[in-house]
Each structure stands twice: as structure tokens, then as C-alpha cells.
Design a protein around this ligand. Structure first.
Ligand SMILES: Cc1cc2nc3c(=O)[nH]c(=O)nc-3n(C[C@H](O)[C@H](O)[C@H](O)COP(=O)(O)OP(=O)(O)OC[C@H]3O[C@@H](n4cnc5c(N)ncnc54)[C@H](O)[C@@H]3O)c2cc1C
Length: 449
């Protein structure tokens, strides 16, 4: 028994209920909170947003298949039946590990016996934060709505320009980063241009749009086995996406991208290239990896602080010599494991080690294609329609709430058979960064596309 667990076990026997503060209501935080439902602890979940977001389907909001409410649910409603849990919408701005206290943006403070940090990660511009206004990344509902605005607005501005001037700047969409998010975005933008928009405009031809996917490493989906990467690239080509691998983006400007020594005019640029951990990890004063993730042991603790757990994308945990990936499954499994550890502490037992059970990975590429590396219940590499159907079933299954499942399923069926997108709304202003520049820069040869 550790120095920490002995008093906690004794206090629990004397009726003291340990206070567990969970920061972050993502996959890891929600699974941690729900797992503690039947333990004699008091749980406070703090999130700066009021909703839990199913990020794997965010690109479908960005590309107008789903509405935000289909993939997000108030944290408060997820935990409403859990008597030992309360929810605070607030931002944690400071950690005091010595005093076991967190300070919130509102000025309030919360004391804890256990702290669970699950604040995730966000996109990184590799030190070029000035690129962000020209190339938004995808992490939040707001990001998805902004990407949707830009993609849909590009077609509208082109139509308007065509009516006024008889030509329009080329509709080039550039996606930077060939990981799962970049591949999904590129495939979906291509689908919009080739399938969903083609009958909607009178003056422009959306099918003449170009979609470019730029990846710095030699293959897309670099974390997947080479055969699935190759299959993904072939599928992207079939959809009309120009894939440029081993190509580094050196500058992103308003309406253009410089990559591999070439300047590419871009009506919309999307960023899916880098990830960095939530800055909260730094406040622990514990070792971090190069992306700012907190290095934890197999009990999910940073060294020397057994009352603090770091989970999900914010954690750097190695298993069998490899880092556990920053995806949804490990985050959920780490969240579930917190209840086992706390139950052991309350019983005065040694803490069980966490072990990640890898069930596989999958990424979609447009309307009816996907690649899947299945590890459980059987081992297989799936591609095409079987992978896509597997993807659909799994994503429906993991959505929280019956209403969301039904609504997403219905939207997919509707989109699939009618070729119409459910949420094709442009909200916000009618400004595209770089549009004026494209109007001026356009080469004579591009006119009339
Ligand atoms: C576009 C996209 C697509 C993805 N696709 C897939 C996929 O297909 N399959 C897959 O397995 N994984 C996918 N992922 C990765 C997966 O979503 C993450 O691995 C997972 O969400 C990590 O869970 P988490 O709980 O660690 O963090 P998150 O889910 O990011 O949750 C972190 C929470 O912390 C809150 N927070 C952050 N800072 C603070 C603060 N200071 N105070 C209070 N609250 C705070 C945030 O509001 C958020 O609710 C995708 C991610 C993205 C962005």
C-alpha cells in the first residue's frame, strides 16, 4: 500500500468520501466519471464546454452531412442519473499539486483527493500559429462550422463571380496532412464537389474543382500498415483527389500554399497536420514528451503523484515498447480503468496495472470506401465497402444516446440515397481569406473553369 492509499482506505472506512475532480468531459473523462458511479466517492466533472463531442464524426459536420447536435451531447445530461456526480462548465486555469487544488477561470477553487486530467490535445501549426486564420484545423464544433462555411461559401462566391464577370478563380481545395483526419476531409470535399453540388449551380461546374492532399511523409495514413495506406491512396485517386506525398508545406498564406517549392492557389485550405497536448499538462511540472503529453506509468500516474491520473490524448504511455496511440479507444479504456484503481485504493489493495486492448483502427475515404485494420474479434485488413459498413456500425454503436444514433443513421441513409447533404448551411460572414487575392492573381488560362 502506498503513502497515499493507506489514509484513503482508512478515511473511507470512517465514512469520508474521497473527492474526485475530473477535468475534461471527452472520451476519457466521461468514461472515468461513469465508471465511478457505484463507488463511495464524490465526482466533479469540469469542462470548459457544456458538451461531450464525438470527434470521429466531426468532419461530417464540417462537410454538411450531420448537424452539431447529432454528435454532441450535454455532459450534464449524460451524467444526470449519476447521483454521486456533479458537472461544472468552467475552464481549469491552474493546478496546485502540493495543495491538491485546481483553480477555475471563474475564480472558484476545487479541492480534491484525486485529480483526473483528461483535457486532450489540439492541432499544432509547428510554431506557425499565424497560418491558422488561413488554414483552420478541426477539433471543436466551432471549427467544423467554420470549415463548412468556407467550403460551401467557395462555391457560392464562384457562382456569383461567374455571373458578374463570366469567369471565376479556380476552385482548389488544399488539405494539409495525410493522417486519418486529412484523408477523411479530402475524400469528403471531393464527394461534395463531384456528387452533391454538381446539379445545384447554374453557372459553375463544381465537378471541375481540384482537391489536393499534401503529406510530408512518404505515405498517407502513416500509422496504418503499408497495404492499407496504398489502398487509401488509390481510393483517393479514384475520387479525383491529387495526393502529394513527401511534400512539405513551407508557407500558408491567404488564398495560397507553398509546398515542395511550388505555390498553389487555394480557395480553401484545411489543416490536419499536427497535434499538440493540452497546455494543462505542463502545469503538473512532470516530464512531458515532445508534443507536451504527460509521461505516465501503467497506473496512469505521472512520477511521484499517485493522486493524479492523466488519461487519453494528454497521456504518453508506452506498452510493449510502443506508445499507445492518441485515439478514442485508449482514452475510453483509460477512463474505465480509473474505477478499478480507486476501488483498489478504497479496499486497501494494490492498484491494478492498465493494459490497452487494441481492437483496431479505421478511416473513411469518401462516400462508400474506408480502410480498417481489425485486431479483434478477428485479425483482418478490410477495404472498400466492407470497411465502410464496419465503420458505420461501429460509429453508430459508440455514439452516446439513442436520439443521436437514430438521427445520425437516418441522415446517412438520406444522404446515401438522395445525394443531398443534410446541413448545408452557411452561417457567419461572406468573407473567404484570400478570395480577393485569387480574383487578382488568377491566370488568364484559368478563366472560365
Ligand atoms: C477531427 C478528429 C477526428 C478523429 N477521428 C478519430 C477516429 O476516427 N477514431 C478514433 O479512434 N479517434 C479519432 N480521433 C481522436 C479522438 O477523438 C481522441 O483520441 C479522443 O477524443 C481523446 O479523448 P480525450 O478524452 O483524451 O480528449 P478529448 O475528447 O479531446 O476531450 C478533452 C475535453 O477536455 C476539455 N478541456 C480541455 N481543456 C480544458 C480546460 N483547461 N478546462 C476544462 N476543460 C478542458 C475539452 O473541452 C474536451 O471536452 C479524432 C480526433 C479529431 C479531432
Amino acid at each position: 500500500m502506498s503513502e497515499l492509499t493507506r489514509p484513503i482506505a482508512e478515511e473511507a472506512r470512517n465514512g469520508h468520501r474521497p473527492r474526485v475532480v475530473i477535468v475534461g468531459g471527452g472520451f476519457a473523462g466521461i468514461h472515468a466519471a461513469r465508471g465511478l458511479a457505484n463507488l463511495p466517492v464524490d465526482v466533479t466533472v469540469v469542462d470548459r464546454r457544456n458538451h461531450h463531442l464525438f470527434q470521429p464524426l466531426l468532419y461530417q459536420v464540417a462537410l454538411a452531412v450531420l448537424s452539431p447536435a447529432d454528435i454532441a451531447q450535454p455532459i450534464r445530461s449524460i451524467l444526470r442519473r449519476q447521483a454521486n456526480a456533479q458537472v461544472l462548465m468552467d475552464e481549469v486555469v491552474e493546478l496546485d499539486v502540493a495543495q491538491r487544488r485546481v483553480r477555475l477561470g471563474s475564480g472558484a477553487q476545487l479541492d480534491y483527493d484525486y485529480l483526473v486530467l483528461a483535457t486532450g490535445a489540439t492541432h499544432s501549426y509547428f510554431g506557425h500559429n499565424d497560418w491558422e486564420p488561413y488554414a483552420p484545423g478541426l477539433k471543436t464544433v466551432e471549427d467544423a462550422i467554420e470549415i463548412r462555411r468556407r467550403v460551401l461559401l467557395a462555391f457560392e462566391l464562384a457562382e456569383r463571380h461567374m455571373v458578374e464577370h463570366g469567369w471565376h478563380p479556380p476552385l482548389n481545395f488544399v488539405v494539409i496532412g495525410g493522417g486519418a483526419t486529412g484523408v477523411e476531409l479530402a475524400g469528403a470535399v471531393s464527394d461534395i464537389a463531384q456528387l452533391y453540388m454538381r446539379h445545384d449551380f447554374r453557372h459553375i461546374d463544381p465537378t471541375k474543382s481540384r482537391v489536393l492532399l499534401i503529406e510530408g511523409s512518404p505515405r498517407v495514413l502513416g500509422a496504418y500498415p503499408p497495404d492499407l495506406s496504398a489502398q487509401a491512396e488509390a481510393t483517393l485517386h479514384r475520387l479525383g483527389v491529387e495526393v502529394r506525398t513527401s511534400t512539405h508545406v513551407t508557407v500558408v498564406g491567404p488564398g495560397w500554399v507553398e509546398a515542395g517549392g511550388e505555390r498553389i492557389e487555394a480557395v480553401v485550405t484545411l489543416w490536419a497536420a499536427g497535434v499538440q497536448a493540452s497546455p494543462l499538462g505542463q502545469m503538473l511540472g512532470c516530464p512531458l514528451d515532445r508534443r507536451g503529453c504527460v509521461v505516465v506509468d501503467d497506473r496512469l500516474n505521472p512520477p511521484g503523484v499517485p493522486e493524479v491520473f492523466v488519461l487519453g490524448d494528454l497521456a504518453h504511455l508506452e506498452q510493449d515498447g510502443r506508445q499507445i496511440p492518441g485515439v478514442a479507444q485508449p482514452a475510453m479504456q483509460m477512463g474505465d480503468h480509473i474505477a478499478r484503481i480507486l476501488a483498489a485504493d478504497l479496499a486497501g489493495q494494490p492498484r491494478p496495472a492498465f493494459r490497452y486492448f487494441d481492437k483496431g483502427d479505421m478511416a473513411t475515404i469518401g462516400r462508400m470506401a474506408a480502410v480498417a485494420k481489425v485486431e479483434w474479434p478477428f485479425k483482418a485488413h478490410l477495404t472498400g465497402m466492407p470497411a465502410w459498413l464496419t465503420w458505420i456500425v461501429i460509429h453508430i454503436f459508440f455514439l452516446i444516446g439513442f436520439r443521436n444514433r437514430f438521427s445520425v443513421f437516418w441522415n446517412w441513409v438520406w444522404t446515401y440515397f438522395t445525394f443531398t447533404r443534410g446541413a448545408r448551411l452557411i452561417t457567419g460572414d461572406q468573407h473567404l481569406p484570400g478570395w480577393n487575392h485569387l480574383e487578382i492573381q488568377v491566370d488568364e488560362s484559368d478563366r472560365g473553369r
